[in-house]
Design a protein around this ligand. Structure first.
Ligand SMILES: Cc1ncc(COP(=O)(O)O)c(C=O)c1O
Length: 414
């Protein structure tokens, strides 16, 4: 069998949408994208950016990144961190993050995905057991996939099942030569639900495992100071390894891991994706540093993000739309029907000038689909109200697909 013959029998689930190029995927972006954008010569309200705090195009971070690009080029320092892929700016950003989070040390990674799967790999060997939420982000799942020790999934956000899996692991686990590593996302990116970190930490105190949280979506958004889900639940000290990308609240590329100094000292020499791949480029480091400074000076960005989130969420609930258990600016519109029903709503929104994603298997469970709407600081009241009007129109057109089966006969108060 040659490769082409093999691929005849091996198409990915997503490939069935190949004919939708340009309308459902590989959409050609022209010009700036914020809470509005122009697509195919028409203006749309955008609900698919994770730019929660509206920092992606902040003029100060754009100017800072432009200046270092002018001086040194876009990919400087153009080498791996351990050799000459390192500048004072990398150190400074790590220090800012450690100080902000109250952690001993921080290491930048060049991309969240490749940094995080490789961190899971670096932290564990065949003597260790990994227990992870089944809905963790793909980068963590892929870290688990290459783990050659024992691994157990627990049902999403189900603390009882987590405890069962810990007990199961303990039957064969040897604490003298290995750890148990529990892995969760702080905020789940498709359904907008927080992990119950407070409950998980109770188990940690009982069973003494190592706790890793990927807080990519909650960092900058949750907690009194925006430090993320551990701050929100008051369990910062109990999270041993804290991860976040800069691709959400901090509107850029790259990410970081914060932990005790000894852990970071080890990771700097052990994370293969960082040892064998180039460092985060200086324009990005500089842009993130600027955005972090702005974020620290302007807490009103978070206030407005949450005001927008409440306005949009309450409007959707008043319309009787099913938004699942969302607790955050990520608001899934759960479709009560087939994927085709989801596509009808998705393109119906598009016709009414609303731009979002449709999310189907394998990103969410088989047989389910949702339209993922993300609130940001940049949305205006007019953006929100116009979008709610579009949902009102579609609710009349597709009452079944947009209904909440659990609440069908209930009046929802907001
Ligand atoms: C929870 C989570 N972790 C990690 C990543 C990967 O981050 P990056 O885009 O920096 O590769 C994402 C990105 O979507 C994410 O949602």
């Amino acid at each position: 069998m040659d490769l082409l013959q093999k691929l005849e029998h091996r198409t990915t689930v997503l490939q069935q949408y190949i004919a939708y190029r340009g309308s459902l995927h590989h959409l050609e972006l022209k010009g700036k994208i914020s809470s509005r954008m122009t697509f195919d010569d028409k203006e749309y309200i955008v609900w698919c950016l994770n730019d929660y705090l509206g920092l992606m195009h902040h003029p100060e971070s754009v100017a800072a990144a432009t200046e270092v690009t002018r001086l040194y080029g876009p990919s400087y320092p153009h080498s791996v961190r351990l050799t000459i892929g390192h500048t004072q700016a990398h150190d400074d950003l790590e220090l800012t993050l450690s100080n902000f989070l109250g952690r001993e040390d921080t290491m930048l990674v060049n991309l969240g995905y490749q940094g995080f799967f490789s961190i899971v790999d670096a932290l564990t060997d065949r003597h260790d057991t990994i227990i992870y939420d089944q809905k963790c982000h793909a980068c963590l799942i892929d870290g688990v996939r290459i783990h050659n020790g024992r691994k157990f999934a627990f049902k999403h956000n189900n603390v009882e099942h987590l405890e069962m899996q810990i007990k199961r692991a303990l039957k064969t686990h040897n604490p003298n030569n290995g750890i148990i590593l529990v892995i969760v996302d702080g905020l789940y990116s498709m359904h907008g639900e927080l992990a119950p970190l407070d409950e998980i930490v109770k188990l940690k105190k009982k069973y003494n495992f190592t706790f890793l949280v990927d807080d990519s979506h909650a960092f900058g958004v949750f907690g009194d100071n925006g430090k993320g889900s551990p701050e929100y639940f008051g369990v910062e000290q109990e999270v041993d390894v804290f991860l976040s990308t800069f691709t959400k609240s901090f509107g850029n590329l790259g990410g970081f891991v914060s932990a005790d100094k000894k852990v970071i000292d080890y990771l700097r020499f052990a994370v293969r994706s960082q040892i064998f791949s180039r460092t985060m480029p200086l324009p990005m480091v500089t842009g993130v540093q600027k955005n972090l400074d702005i974020f620290l000076k302007e807490p009103e960005r978070r206030t407005r993000l949450w005001q927008n989130t409440r306005r949009f969420r309450n409007g959707l609930l008043a319309l009787g739309v099913n938004i699942g258990n969302s607790q955050s600016p990520i608001i899934p519109i759960k479709i009560n029907g087939t994927h085709q029903d989801g596509l009808d709503i998705y393109f119906g929104l598009r016709e009414l000038g609303i731009f979002s994603y449709i999310v189907a298997y394998p990103v969410v469970a088989k047989g389910t689909c949702l339209i993922r709407m993300v609130c940001t600081y940049n949305h205006t009241e007019a953006d929100i109200d116009e979008t709610l009007n579009a949902f009102k129109v579609l609710k009349k057109k597709y009452p079944e697909s947009l209904s909440n089966p659990r609440n069908r006969n209930r009046n929802i108060s907001v």
